[in-house]
Design a protein around this ligand. Structure first.
Ligand code: 5GP
Ligand code: ZN
Length: 116
């Protein structure tokens, strides 16, 4: 399967791994739009949030808790940050492997990506 995020999980393409456990991996976004921009992804290939099943409840919690901990570590928890899941076409999702964006370190505008 030709999934770029699966390749990062398998260390077949490079990324600076900021956190990894049995369920998730976190690494900086290659095109950051804020001083802190980290992607937290499941190790399992699941295309979108719309594909989640009840058995993924623990994983879903782990994604959010990992973002919370990385925000603490990055020193942005007091001022705050944004957590974002894009879902499929209308959500603007470009990589079909679930990823949670952790974005912060500056005051963010409401539209973090212009409408094309
Ligand atoms: P989406 O638009 O699907 O919500 O977000 C995909 C994100 O993945 C984008 O912000 C993009 O910059 C990031 N991205 C795409 N390819 C790579 C890659 O190979 N490495 C890293 N670190 N980030 C990537
Ligand atoms: Zn994948």
């Amino acid at each position: 399967m030709d999934c770029i995020f699966c390749k990062i999980v398998k260390k077949e393409i490079p990324a600076k791994i900021l956190f990894e456990d049995e369920l998730v991996v976190a690494f900086p976004d290659i095109h950051p739009f804020a001083p802190v921009h980290i992607l937290i992804i499941p190790k399992e290939h699941i295309e979108t949030i719309a594909d989640l099943q009840d058995k993924h409840e623990k994983l879903t919690g782990r994604l959010v808790m990992t973002a919370k901990k990385l925000a603490d570590k990055a020193g942005i928890s007091q001022n705050g940050y944004k957590l974002l899941f894009r879902v499929k076409k209308h959500g603007g999702q470009e990589v079909p492997h679930i990823h949670l964006h952790l974005i912060g370190g500056a005051k963010l505008s409401e539209n973090i990506r212009p409408i094309k």
